[in-house]
Design a protein around this ligand. Structure first.
Ligand SMILES: [Mg+2]
Length: 232
């Protein structure tokens, strides 16, 4: 079965903005583990993995408010602190490899002069650590993090990286694994593609009407290739 074609980009594709967790990095298991650990540390009910995967993609503070509406600001702060400690330093938390196909995808885009950026709900410290351990930091012309901007689905992060890259929305594409990425893109007026190897199901993502719904990054590269062939 052939992948669906992406519609042609007027003027040519110039910027691709990636979500990080669940899109480029296989980190949802570690995130679930640390959300459960943080709940136990601050004395809140520990939710099951399905409930937690539902809210992954929001910033930590927004996720806690969604899961525990009764939590006050102090408790949200304590939870977020415990979560970040577990995520950044927890030796017993699951590892976070990159998904297969990251390097060929980024190489292919860069070879065509496409700029790359990240818009993530991670903290700045968390993203910087991830960029350093993966060696991908130099690839991205702009990055935006959840502690420096309003939580997705607010469009601020995406607008920030487009401005930094100097690229208009019509020549930008967003790639994410959660409905919050797709909603952020819609609010920013940016067409988006959803990968289905992350936290949200194909059905849930499809309801947000992404341009494409590839299963993984290798399939995403294939639809970029097909789109290029179609415009030649
Ligand atoms: Mg994600």
């Amino acid at each position: 079965m052939s992948a669906p074609l992406l519609p042609p980009v007027d003027g040519g594709l110039r910027l691709v903005v990636f979500d990080w967790d669940g899109t480029l990095m296989d980190s949802p298991l570690r995130i679930v583990h640390c959300l459960q650990r943080a709940a136990a540390v601050v004395g809140l009910e520990v939710r099951d993995a399905a409930a937690l995967r539902n809210i992954i993609g929001l910033g930590v503070d927004a996720a806690v408010r969604e899961l525990y509406p009764e939590a006050d600001a102090r408790l949200v702060h304590r939870f977020a602190t415990a979560y970040r400690l577990c995520y950044l330093e927890g030796d017993d938390a699951p590892p976070t490899p990159l998904y297969p196909g990251v390097a060929p995808l980024l190489d292919w885009l860069e070879a065509r002069g496409v700029l790359l950026a990240v818009a993530t709900s991670k903290s700045r410290r968390g993203l910087d650590q991830a960029l350093e351990t993966t060696g991908l930091g130099a690839r991205f012309v702009a990055t935006a993090t959840g502690d420096e901007h309003p939580s997705k689905p607010h469009p601020a992060m995406l607008e920030h990286v487009m401005e930094r890259a100097g690229v208009e929305r019509t020549r930008t594409r967003m790639v994410g694994d959660s409905v919050y990425d797709l909603q952020m893109a819609r609010h920013a007026g940016v067409p988006a593609v959803a990968v289905t190897h992350g936290v949200h199901s194909s059905d849930r993502l499809r309801a947000e009407a992404p341009l494409g719904l590839p299963a993984d990054l290798e399939a995403l590269l294939e639809i970029f290739r097909q789109a290029e062939c179609a415009t030649e």
